[in-house]
Design a binder for this molecule. Sequence first.
Ligand code: NAD
Length: 493
Amino acid sequence: MADFKKYKMFINGEWVDSESGKTFETLNPENNKPWAIVPEASAKDVDKAVKSAQKAFGGEWSKLLPRERGKFLRAIGDKLRDNAEHLGKIETLDTGKLYRETYKQANYIAEYYDYYAGLADKIEGTVLPIDKPNIQAITTRIPIGVIAAIVPWNSQMFLTATKLAPALAMGNTVVIKASELAPATMFEFAKLIEETGIPKGVVNVITGYGEPCGKTLTSHDLVEKVAFTGGPETARHIIRNSAENLSEVSLELGGKSPVAVFNDAHQENAINGITAGIFGASGQSCIAGSRLYLQKEIYNEFMEKLVARAEKIKIGAPMDPDTEMGPLSNFKQLEIIEKNIKLTLEQGGKIKCGGKRHSFSNEGYYFPPTIIECNDHNLPTAENELFGPVLSVMKFDSEKEVVEKMNDNKYGLSSGVYTRDLARGLRISKAIRAGITFVNTYRLISPSAPFGGIKDSGYGKEAGIDSIKDYTRVKTIWYYTSDEPTLDPFSMR
Ligand code: NAD
């Protein structure tokens, strides 16, 4: 216990324990051992964080020019670049995600802060072509107020940046709720934010469970917008909570993203893309390409090559630079995956590789790359989001058939298609009901590329130029331009 790392929450520019003194342990997924102790936010702590954000919203933060807010964002970006290795190590320790990805991501995520820093002073209002004499009317964009940013444990630096950066750029203040699974990275990030000298209370970082922390935050009177990334069940709670405070909600939820490979595809490229899409980050990505459709003429040959590639994946310690797949982030994931595989096999699915806990599993939460052949995409592994390295593979004949199958799922986050026929690539990318389609590639992000889904994958887009407006409200201002008094106070003009 003595050498555990101890974290505090960041509220109103100060490092504090929870009021109740309650804490919880966070586990290292590599060996299932606790390594850090974290305060568990109670309703009182949430209230304190929201009130400090509200106070900061009305304070010196609101007086800064957009360009000056942009400077704080650039400073956050610079801190990320300077501390990417440290952040990467902590995230790897806490989530089990590979260090070769976490430190690169911490570094790359700096670009998001630069991007929104640049946008901070470029959001313009309008002059309205108003239909009244002696009136000048304009619109401006004003900040919303206190934003609750709720993030999951996977890709937390990315999913925080897409909320925090546009929110700050537009003059809002923020309470970030880190996931109770692996919250340490967010506290390390808060230390860097503090070092930029940003006014107290503008950014607060807390953590805790859905109840009471998440619930209190998302139903708090002073919260004006909830930007949420997580699972669909939690989203339903949040929408119910927002009935209390009438806050605006944006939702980035799960996915069961389909990928199609046509006979004419560049096979090596397709295999790399599919491997990145489902085995990168051990499949714990909301855009994981977890449903694969292969055209029937190449089915056997392609499946063989794909299985051979999957079997070569090096499983190991997430800090080791040679490791290609580390552990899952928590034990619950492992159990969900096992249950779905069992049901799928009972209904006719056939394992082509993997399928059982890896031999390291008695220490960490390791699950090997798994490929399952399914004669029907309604089998559990082919239909449900598993958040793990499990690929369900189906056969198709025609373009029309595969488009129908790709669209036949409740989610609509990402999708992929591999073909050398550009016209077909364009047709399919238009026909797929998903927020993102990758053609001959997979698993890319950029500050300038809107990210988000449709259907049960949520609503609202993060990143990209338009998303900054989601952190503003339009305000209309009317000016009377005549020196004469207005007439007839009893009739609306
Ligand atoms: P989760 O929904 O369990 O948790 C997400 C966050 O919500 C956590 O911080 C959690 O503490 C909080 N929370 C839980 N109950 C709450 C409540 N009642 N009120 C308010 N907050 C509450 O999700 P998870 O298991 O941590 O993450 C995995 C899910 O996230 C997957 O479904 C995945 O697809 C999704 N995800 C989506 C995207 C995207 O951008 N679309 C990105 C990454 C992950």
